[in-house]
Design a binder for this molecule. Structure first.
Ligand code: FES
Length: 109
């Protein structure tokens, strides 16, 4: 059984800005950056404060969100946190036709 589920349509997302989406009662944020869609939990792994106002930075060709509370750098691709062992919960994504599909990763937080 496929674990991929439809999150939303691609055209419903704003390019380059934070898209707030509630999915299965979990608050997520989605970004469209360079034709890729990144989806992460909206609560920061650190103190569970919201990441909505985090700035996006490209570091070594990889998009990061900078947590607005304590400035941790979180990879949108892997969920890894620079200079920390913590992991942000992310979702795998793929686009099929105009649909954005997500798959839960095994990473938990
Ligand atoms: S709440 Fe995000 S780094 Fe502390």
């Amino acid at each position: 059984m496929s674990r991929w589920r439809k999150l939303c349509s691609l055209k419903s997302l704003n390019i380059g800005s934070c898209n707030k989406i509630t999915f299965d009662n979990v608050r997520l944020i989605a970004y469209v950056i360079c034709d890729k869609v990144y989806v992460i939990k909206s609560q920061c792994h650190h103190k569970r404060y919201p990441l909505y106002d985090g700035k996006i930075q490209i570091i070594d060709n990889e998009p990061y969100i900078i947590c607005p509370w304590h400035n941790r750098q979180i990879s949108l691709r892997t969920g890894k946190v620079s200079n920390h062992d913590d992991i942000q919960h992310i979702y795998n994504t793929k686009i099929v036709d105009d649909d954005v599909l997500i798959e839960k990763t095994l990473r938990t937080n």
